[in-house]
Design a protein around this ligand. Structure first.
Ligand code: SF4
Length: 350
């Protein structure tokens, strides 16, 4: 008999799935809490169910967090960043990162196995896209860390969908996962503490506007003009950067949420003051903040880190023009922090 995966289902879906076993609605609610509030990874932990009910559940369903394999794990020397390569039952694996900040723990999750957007600075796309993740697989990455944090009385308080994959191309699964994290009997994470990052898939942003979501939106911009952006991010040919910024600004206005523009600074490629001035022209008077990210070297692509003076000069041009700007705090630099590098290494070794 094939077992059905329970992790990632909504309360209503869970109630439907449990009905044939004779489980009442309140039982489904108890199981929902075990999975999403208490981060249980096995039915054996569900002590308010009878032994018989737990056996029934074990025979018919699986719980993904209990089946994850840690293929690799890296911890930064300062102990604040942990990156894991998590393996799913079908043998595919994705990277997930836990970061400890002053304000709490945040988890960066992947939304697809690999990616086919081919951004030139990114290791995630090196082997193309394999498949979309399910809602349960997206959620399980957070609960992998939540399980051990709960033992220390801590919890995940922020989630960013910024790992491997383009979330807007797997939007329904991503939104369902975020909804379950927000649910009353889940972790109750506020939408203000969730971010979806896109390379600029305009229909995806339009869907967020239509649905009236309050989730933070981040745009991977990385270049302030057509030529360079197409070189760095081929998706620019389909969804031009200026149109992306226009749609993102619409999202900012309707959601009231400032849009974050991610800008990876790569040595001598996009880190000049002239580029900074072009960025000012693009984002002036927008509800926006620019996050400058000094590039992690991607050896496969020959990209180097920018010089500290270049980062500072770029920052100053934006600041003087009254553009909100931050430089990303360096976290996990010593652990192949660029997205996709851990998986790429593991695949190479295979
Ligand atoms: S940066 Fe994001 S969208 Fe671009 S290839 Fe990497 S994972 Fe895909």
């Amino acid at each position: 008999m094939t077992q059905q995966e329970l992790f990632g289902t909504t309360l209503e879906e869970m109630q439907q799935a449990l009905l044939p076993l004779g489980f009442k609605k309140f039982r489904a609610e108890q199981i929902f809490r075990w999975l999403y509030e208490k981060a249980a990874s096995s039915f054996a932990e569900m002590t308010n169910l009878s032994k018989e009910q737990r056996t029934q559940l074990e025979n018919n369903f699986t719980i993904l967090p209990g089946q994850l394999k840690v293929v690799r794990e890296q911890r930064s020397t300062d102990g604040l960043t942990t990156k894991v390569l998590l393996g799913f039952p079908d043998g595919n694996c994705v990277e997930t990162v836990l970061m400890q900040h002053d304000y709490g723990y945040s988890v960066c999750v992947s939304s697809q196995v690999g990616c086919n957007m081919n951004c030139s600075f990114c290791a995630s796309g090196l082997q193309g896209m394999v498949r979309n993740l399910t809602c349960g697989e997206i959620l399980a990455q957070i609960y992998y860390f939540q399980h051990s944090l709960a033992e220390q009385g801590a919890r995940v308080s922020r989630v960013v969908v910024m790992g491997s994959g383009e979330p807007m191309l797997n939007l329904e699964a991503v939104l369902q996962a975020l909804q379950l994290l927000h649910a009353d009997h889940g972790l109750g994470i506020s939408y203000r503490n969730m971010t979806i990052s896109t390379c600029g898939i305009i229909p995806g942003i339009a869907t967020l506007i239509e649905r009236g979501t309050k989730i933070n939106l981040a745009i991977s911009l990385h270049a302030p003009n057509d030529e360079l952006r197409t070189e760095l991010m081929p998706i620019n040919k389909k969804y031009n950067y200026a149109d992306v910024v226009e749609m993102a600004e619409r999202y900012a206005q309707t959601s009231g949420r400032q849009v974050m523009y991610e800008y990876i600074l790569i040595d001598k490629l996009n880190d000049s003051e002239e580029m900074a001035r072009q960025l000012v022209t693009l984002l002036r008077r927008k509800l926006a903040v620019v996050n400058l990210i000094p590039a992690n070297p991607v050896p496969e692509k020959g990209y180097r880190r920018p010089r500290p003076e270049a980062v500072n000069n770029f920052f100053q041009v934006l600041k003087k023009a009254n553009i909100n700007v931050t430089v990303r705090r360096e976290m996990g630099k010593d652990i192949d922090a660029a997205c996709g590098q851990l998986r790429a290494k593991s695949l190479q070794e295979k």
